[in-house]
Design a protein. Structure first.
Length: 75
């Protein structure tokens, strides 16, 4: 699947994955840092679309770096 085909599919989904892919493509990023909660939400809301994005990431040599949203502060 080409990037344009993927973006066309994503724009019809109920997720914000199109924005995610557009950012990675436009800025030629090798990876993108996103909250782990966002990834879980994509997986739960639209697993087929998330699988397409994962496949696209793999073919592009890109990856997602998930970060924890732990807001506790050490003192």
């Amino acid at each position: 699947m080409t990037t344009d085909e993927l973006l066309t599919t994503l724009r019809g989904s109920k997720t914000d994955l199109a924005r995610f892919v557009e950012t990675m493509q436009r800025k030629q990023l090798p990876n993108l840092v996103v909250p782990a909660t966002a990834v879980r939400a994509w997986q739960e809301r639209d697993p087929q679309t998330w699988a397409m994005v994962c496949e696209w990431l793999a073919t592009q040599g890109k990856s997602v770096v998930q970060i924890s949203e732990d807001h506790s502060q050490s003192r």
